[in-house]
Design a protein around this ligand. Structure first.
Ligand SMILES: Cc1ncc(COP(=O)(O)O)c(C=O)c1O
Length: 477
């Protein structure tokens, strides 16, 4: 092909022709990224983006690389900065080094998880790793699953399989269904459950919210009552969703009790352990997930507490055969083998990034003990954080944390309670502007709260002391 309009390093020449030009560009970009990350603490955790300085139309001729590098500097300096230990507002973590580099390798190889032919090693590696996780979750010999790009997709696929199994809906959908299907999730379950119900043609209101106790855990008596009421008014319950690590407060539903309710009523049990699934790697904390082994399906996001660069999520099924029998759509354009099902046939995604490499690299590099230490240490810091809240009379907790998420707010006696939301929202701004600390500002039970997620391995007592110092400064102004 005539490539005269292209820059020399547009592609990596498979004949090695442009090695010098490509190497220069690669080294310059890597240097830019790593020197930025190595001083991430000096950049705001959430830089202000006043304008998009380089948002120009697509140029007719190629842009000089020096100009692209300058623009990349702006990208680095104006993007969310979860590598900063003072970024403690979301479940978004500093990524493991090998997951950053693994992303580069994955992109360089550009395989496709759609079929075995297009990702011979990665498809098999994904299945092997999925097996390791099903074992870790105690799901049994018959378990299996697939990786997907994020927790919303895994929840969607879990509910699609649950619906298809319970209503034999793979071929005929819900046309023969006399009674409207409903499922149950706690009132604080992730909104992706409603989104999934909407996409599955059940409607968002088919997710019946179950009240939670003071610690944001599903009230099991209320669950039983609500299921009975639903049946009495002609609805068709088919699934219960338990959450292991609620998004706002990090609490865990009583999975074991819920699993009994599901079993007694022949309902599908899905556990959304997008965040909390990581606890299985900690001997000290894994018992918090007791009952998860009874789930029919489990969502788990290594992109959260396993520090794998986004996106990286998996959906696990107790019985892999349900995926084949109640979800698989064969693709005639993909080569079939008897020994291995093309992952694209049993997944909501078709063409898919090989996210497994960065997960595998992270697990190899850090190991079980490394992950256990990260989890256990974040509990230690959470306890330290909680002590500071206890010492501060004008702060209250939203719930008793069961993970490394602390949701709290100011309830200053000298401010009328009707103004507490504004007071807390201004506190969040004060922390970012004056302390360069980012906490998120969730709405919870109708009020405005602050949320800390103590994920970053470089958070220390000093980070927490600085935060509380700034909170006290704000309160005294
Ligand atoms: C409990 C839970 N489930 C599901 C999700 C959705 O995951 P994603 O944002 O990767 O789609 C989240 C996201 O924070 C979550 O906290």
């Amino acid at each position: 092909m005539n490539r005269s309009e292209l820059p020399e390093s547009a592609f990596i020449d498979p004949y090695g022709g442009n090695k010098v030009a490509v190497k220069k560009l690669t080294e310059e970009i890597l240097e830019l990224v790593f020197s930025h990350l190595q001083k991430a603490y000096t950049h705001s955790p959430l830089p202000e983006l006043r304008q998009l300085p380089f948002l120009t139309s697509i140029p007719n001729t190629h842009t000089p690389e020096s100009e692209i590098l300058e623009k990349l500097k702006t990208v680095l300096n104006t993007s969310m900065n979860p590598a900063n230990p003072a970024f403690i507002g979301h479940m978004d973590s500093i990524p493991t080094t090998v997951s950053i580099l693994g992303e580069m390798v994955t992109a360089a190889l550009n395989n496709n998880m759609l079929s075995l032919e297009m990702s011979p090693l990665f498809s098999r590696l994904e299945s092997l790793l999925i097996k390791e996780f099903t074992t870790l979750f105690g799901l049994g010999e018959q378990a299996g699953g697939v990786m997907l790009s994020g927790g919303s997709l895994t929840n969607l696929q879990a509910l699609a399989v649950a619906r298809n199994v319970k209503f034999d809906a793979l071929e005929r959908g819900l046309t023969a269904q006399k009674y409207p299907p409903v499922l149950f999730a706690s009132e604080v379950a992730h909104t992706s459950i409603q989104k999934a119900a909407m996409l599955l043609g059940l409607g968002a209101s088919s997710v019946i919210p179950i009240k939670t106790n003071i610690n944001s855990q599903m009230d099991v008596s209320e669950l039983k009552r609500t299921i009975e009421n639903a049946k009495q008014i002609g609805l068709a319950p088919f699934c219960i969703v338990a959450t292991a690590g609620t998004t706002t407060t990090g609490n865990i539903d009583p999975i074991q009790e819920i699993s009994q309710v599901a079993r007694d009523r022949n309902l599908w049990l899905h556990v959304d352990a997008a965040y909390g699934g990581a606890l299985l790697l900690s001997k000290q904390h894994r018992q918090k997930l007791i009952g998860i082994e009874c789930a029919d399906s489990v969502t788990f996001n290594p992109q959260k507490w396993l520090y794998v660069a986004k996106t990286c999520a998996m959906i696990l099924f107790k019985d892999f055969a349900t995926l084949k029998n109640a979800f698989r759509i064969q693709a005639p354009y993909m080569r079939q083998t008897d020994e291995f099902i093309n992952l694209g046939e049993i997944s909501v995604q078709g063409t898919r990034h090989a996210e497994v490499l960065k997960l595998w690299l992270s697990l190899q590099h850090i190991g079980k003990n490394g992950y256990a230490q990260l989890i256990d240490e974040s509990y230690r810091l959470t306890n330290y954080f909680l002590k500071q809240i206890e010492k501060t009379s004008f702060l209250e907790l939203a719930s008793n944390p069961q993970m490394n998420i602390v949701c709290f707010r100011g309830v200053p006696s000298w401010v009328p309670s009707a103004e507490w939301d504004t007071w807390n929202a201004r506190l969040q701004t004060h922390l970012l502007e004056n302390g360069k600390i980012f906490l998120s500002l969730p709405s919870y039970r109708g009020s405005c709260w602050l949320r800390a997620v103590l994920l970053n391995p470089y958070i220390s007592e000093e980070t927490i002391d600085n935060l509380f110092g700034e909170i006290n400064n704000y309160a005294s102004t």
